[in-house]
Design a protein. Structure first.
Length: 288
């Protein structure tokens, strides 16, 4: 069976493991509109036509722009599309990222997401921890999760997830609400979440790595390039295929503003990395 046909549970749905991350559709610095709106809309429509059924977004991309593009390109949505958004931050007038963590902030963020996406209920809402904007940092999320659980009980959210969190925060969160997915930084060279991925796999909870290709500066590694050449694939495709082979609970949301890169990324779901090449790739992260 090809990897492309494999799915995993995300909220109420089984989604193909290769999804799409919409953050790159906003302007430079994830701020303001895209340079080429028609191209952004095309990427979204191509993704759906090619079978993507998991789109990751947030109302703080742009802000508002990414959600508005998704609505413009895809509404009314396919019945089996899972749109995952996140709350917990806002942007200032210069594009800076600020925590927005009060119950009122979270309620406003959910309402903004609903309006800008044109939805009556959000499939999955990730609470993005902002104790440290760049990396997971300990701190209670109880009040924020209770606020989101209340919005779920009001029927505005179906499922709650977490982003930029520690393993302890996941355990603590599960005392308040079921957690549908965890979205943290993880890729071939950033492997701090190895134990958390395995722990979530046992619980059958999706792990969704952000920056799967390295983020704003895509991964550059000689051994990755050599493996890619030997497999007749691009380095980005190998980086994605490696994640798919890492654990069955990993769902991918590579970001791109390019129709061509989108197709390359989707094709990575067909790539099977042989054992020897896998071992070489595994050593890249282990050496960090
Ligand atoms: N929870 C969080 O805190 C958080 C943080 C960051 C991101 N995210 C989510 O994670 C998703 C993925 O992260 P990301 O988009 O920032 O980073 P990424 O997927 O690791 O990489 C995106 C970068 O790779 C380039 N790229 C994509 N496909 C390529 C290909 N086939 N060949 C060469 N270059 C390629 C893109 O440029 P082009 O546009 O030119 O293709 C872009 O510069 C985001 O869309 C967002 O939804 C979440």
């Amino acid at each position: 069976m090809s990897t492309a046909t494999l799915t995993y549970q995300l909220g109420d749905r089984q989604v193909p493991r290769m999804g799409y991350g919409a953050m790159q559709l906003a302007g430079k610095g994830v701020f303001g509109p895209p340079a080429d709106e028609a191209r952004a809309l095309q990427v979204l429509r191509d993704a759906i036509e090619s079978g993507v059924r998991h789109i990751d977004t947030s109302d703080f991309y742009g802000p508002h722009i990414t959600n508005q593009l998704i609505k413009k390109a895809l509404h009314p949505y396919p019945h089996d599309l899972c749109i995952v958004t996140k709350v917990g931050a806002v942007r200032n007038s210069k594009g800076g990222w600020l925590p927005a963590f009060s119950a009122e902030d979270l309620t406003r963020a959910v309402e903004d997401n609903l309006r800008n996406l044109g939805l009556e209920v959000l499939d999955v809402v990730n609470l993005r921890s902002m104790y440290d904007v760049h990396q997971p940092a300990e701190g209670t999320l109880d009040e924020q999760l209770e606020a989101l659980a209340a919005l779920r009980d009001k029927g505005l959210i179906r499922h709650i997830g977490l982003s930029n969190v520690t393993a302890k925060q996941v355990v603590d969160a599960q005392k308040i609400t079921p957690i549908a997915c965890v979205q943290n930084l993880y890729n071939l060279v950033n492997r701090k979440d190895e134990a958390l991925i395995d722990q979530l796999a046992v619980q059958e909870i999706a792990y969704v790595p952000f920056f799967p290709l390295g983020g704003f500066t895509p991964l550059q590694n000689n051994r990755l390039n050599e493996v890619a050449q030997s497999l007749g694939a691009t380095s980005m495709q190998v980086a994605l295929a490696w994640l798919l082979q890492r654990s069955p609970n990993i769902l991918l949301i590579p970001g791109t503003s390019s129709p061509q890169h989108l197709q390359e990324n989707l094709a990575a779901a067909e790539l099977k990395i042989p054992a020897e090449a896998l071992e070489t790739l595994n050593q890249i992260g282990a050496a960090q």
